[in-house]
Design a binder for this molecule. Structure first.
Ligand SMILES: Nc1nc(=O)c2c([nH]1)NC[C@@H]1CN(c3ccc(C(=O)N[C@@H](CCC(=O)O)C(=O)O)cc3)CN21
Ligand SMILES: CC(C)C(=O)C(=O)O
Ligand SMILES: [Mg+2]
Length: 277
């Protein structure tokens, strides 16, 4: 295949599902962050993040809902398209939102295909044993699926709150069985959310595919955080598994306040930021 422009010649190779399998075999850990817009996704690509998740956490951090339940497929699609347009290298995974895949395999495949048409390279859905048929149906349609077990926020009301999965022996066995079920159904990776660290470690040993931890301890093949949590843009301090790597909330508040002060005192715009004649 000939490459005709400089841009094409420099275009980085897209991360694909087989790369993640290879990284597990090599014992190489990797980071996943959420992204919801083209600008941020481009910055995360520059930082070398290989996998971006357009999470249904968009419900909270983009749309301002107090849980992930209200966000719709229609609200997810433009965010997926923006992240795909804004990046060249990262694998873009899109969450199937609550209500878009539970009713039937056919509904799940239709919703997954809509996310792929918007630009995703893979989809993610919540649930273990209860979701295995959905995973298999979407995989059979040629769409890579990332699983998500442990605490599954879309099932908050069935679970009875935000809680760590796998803390007693029976719960540990259920969580391992959930991860195995989605991996056996064809998932290329499995998110482990708020799984106790020893159980997550066991799942990592048992699964041939990578585990992606969030609040599940260090013994995972990859780690994921919501980018606004990671960057300290969110002020929600309830999430004890989040580490803040910057104070973006403080930086942005400071910049906005400085801008407003200069507008109010007439020092912005100055000659350097105006057009003469
Ligand atoms: N900003 C943001 N970050 C997230 O990680 C996130 C979202 N939004 N929205 C979708 C889901 C919801 N998630 C959540 C929501 C709440 C807890 C939570 O309350 N955790 C507490 C309680 C744990 C416990 O009681 O055992 C914690 O201490 O982490 C955890 C994950 C993770 N996802
Ligand atoms: C927190 C991650 C795993 C997620 O599912 C989301 O952002 O919606
Ligand atoms: Mg999600």
């Amino acid at each position: 295949m000939s490459q005709t422009s400089d841009t094409a010649a420099r275009r980085p190779t897209r991360v694909r599902v087989p790369h993640l399998a290879r990284w597990k075999a090599e014992g190489r850990r990797w980071a996943m962050l959420t992204a919801y817009d083209a600008t941020t996704a481009g910055v995360l690509e520059e930082a070398g993040i290989p996998v971006l998740l357009v999470g249904d956490s968009a419900a909270n951090v983009v749309y301002g809902y107090s849980s992930s339940l209200p966000v719709t497929l229609e609200e997810m699609l433009p965010l997926v398209a923006a992240v795909a347009r804004g990046t060249q290298r990262p694998l873009v995974v899109a969450d199937l939102p609550f209500g878009s895949y539970e009713a039937s395999d056919a509904q799940a495949v239709t919703a997954a295909a809509a996310l792929m048409k918007a630009g995703a390279h893979a989809v993610k859905l919540e649930g273990g044993v209860r979701a295995r048929d959905r995973v298999a149906a979407i995989v059979a349609a040629g769409i890579p699926v990332m699983g998500h077990v442990g605490f599954t926020p879309q099932a908050e009301h069935a679970i009875g709150g935000y809680r760590v999965a796998g803390r007693d022996d029976a719960a540990a066995e259920r969580t391992v069985a959930d991860a195995v079920a989605v991996a056996d159904a064809g998932a290329f990776a499995v998110v482990l959310e708020m799984v106790s660290a020893p159980v997550a470690s066991r799942i990592r040993e048992v699964l041939a595919v990578p585990t992606v931890g969030i609040g599940s301890g260090p013994d995972c093949d990859a780690q994921v955080l919501v980018w606004q949590d990671m960057a300290g843009l969110n002020d929600d301090s309830r999430l004890s598994f989040v580490k803040r790597y910057a104070d973006m909330r403080g930086v942005l508040r400071g910049a906005a306040a400085a801008f407003a002060a200069e507008v109010e005192d007439g020092s912005f715009p100055d000659a350097a930021h105006s057009f003469d004649a």
